[in-house]
Design a protein around this ligand. Structure first.
Ligand SMILES: [Zn+2]
Ligand SMILES: [Zn+2]
Length: 347
């Protein structure tokens, strides 16, 4: 019988992972069995690896980590009607109920009863996994498996960019983690006029943003981003700010970099509350604030398919490292240094 190696968070401590073989699961009703070809490590996996306050409150151990994957369908359970053996697929990692009011109104990204694979249930860091057909997306068979696996954060970036009108407008991205640099690539693909990328001091990621198409890529540790953006927009500010860092200071800088009537799109999160002067910075300047979470089901995935097919979306440079699946410790440790873009495990 084939092995089914899994990365399991077993112990409530930093690290605390074990690599063990489990039985290959049987696909249940409406489920497919996937043999993974690539899986990417997300910031969420890193939170769980480091066993921070959020993970301690959310994750029940033991749990197989991971939610970003691409693989081949090797079996289908009863009731599966659309996905076939041999399809190259990726899955949406947020499992929605399909029944609550938001799901039925087409807003599954804010399902009242959603669960995330890799922290609420067993995830994708395993050779063979089952997944609901309804949460599966069929990829172009020629898509690089590593690229297929990063569609979860790419989808976050697309959802963020499409939350405001970024076509032919001036846009600033605050925060150059993987979602931030992916947002730069999406802005480039859809034709933003001027793209400002604002990191902190991580030169690798600032350079990556420039490579992906940012017209300006700066570090706020050295350059005041508000002053810089005002200097390059005739003192008026950008039309849209995408805040992807969650840093309370960046939220303020973002607001102060916007033109009157501009849009602030927030997807970054922080454990600290942000303070903003609503009257001065939002009300009297008629700023629109949008909160963004997850990927719109299935609007974001549809746009992603189109953007990948267009040939104008270049995201390969975001994948800076690939390790064999069993070398996952190297991947997590590298992620902790921040000297990387997306780190992908290959099977
Ligand atoms: Zn993720
Ligand atoms: Zn629901």
């Amino acid at each position: 019988m084939a092995s089914n190696n899994c990365i399991v968070k077993a112990r409530p401590e930093k690290g605390g992972l074990v690599f063990e073989s489990r039985d290959i699961p049987e696909p249940g009703f409406g489920e497919i069995l996937i043999k993974n070809r690539a899986a990417a490590i997300c910031g969420t996996d890193l939170h769980i690896y480091n066993w921070d306050a959020w993970s301690q409150g959310r994750v029940k151990l033991p749990c197989i980590l991971g939610h970003e994957f691409g693989g081949e369908v090797v079996d289908v359970g009863p009731g599966v009607r659309h996905v076939k053996v041999g399809d190259f697929v990726t899955g949406e990692g947020h499992l929605t109920c399909g029944f609550c009011r938001n799901c039925r109104l087409g807003d599954g990204h804010v399902c009242e009863d959603w669960k995330g694979i890799g922290y609420d249930t067993d995830g994708c860091f395993r050779e063979y996994m089952t997944h609901p057909e309804m949460n599966t997306v069929i990829n172009d068979p020629d898509l690089d498996p590593a690229l297929a696996a990063i569609q979860d954060p790419l989808g976050n970036a697309i959802h963020t960019v499409f939350a405001a009108d970024c076509v032919a407008t001036n846009v600033a991205v605050f925060g150059l983690g993987p979602v931030g640099v992916l947002a730069v690539a999406v802005l480039k693909a859809i034709g933003a006029a001027q793209i400002f990328a604002v990191g902190r001091r991580n030169q690798l990621r600032i350079d990556l943003a420039r490579e992906l198409g940012a017209h300006h890529a700066i570090g706020s540790a050295e350059t005041d981003p508000v002053e810089y953006i005002m200097d390059h927009t005739s003192g008026k500010g950008v039309d849209v700010v995408l805040e992807i860092s969650g840093n309370p200071r960046a939220v303020q800088d973002g607001l102060h970099s916007l033109r009157m009537g501009g849009d602030l799109v927030l997807i970054g999160t922080s454990n600290e509350p942000s303070t903003i002067d609503l009257a001065k910075d939002v009300v009297f300047r008629s700023i629109h604030i949008h909160g963004v979470t997850g990927r719109r089901l299935w609007h974001t995935w549809d746009k992603m398919k189109g953007l990948l097919a267009s040939g104008s979306l270049q995201v390969e440079p975001v994948i800076t490292h690939r390790f064999p699946f069993s070398d996952y410790e190297k991947g997590f440790q590298l992620m902790n240094t921040g000297n990387c873009g997306k780190v992908v495990l290959t099977f």
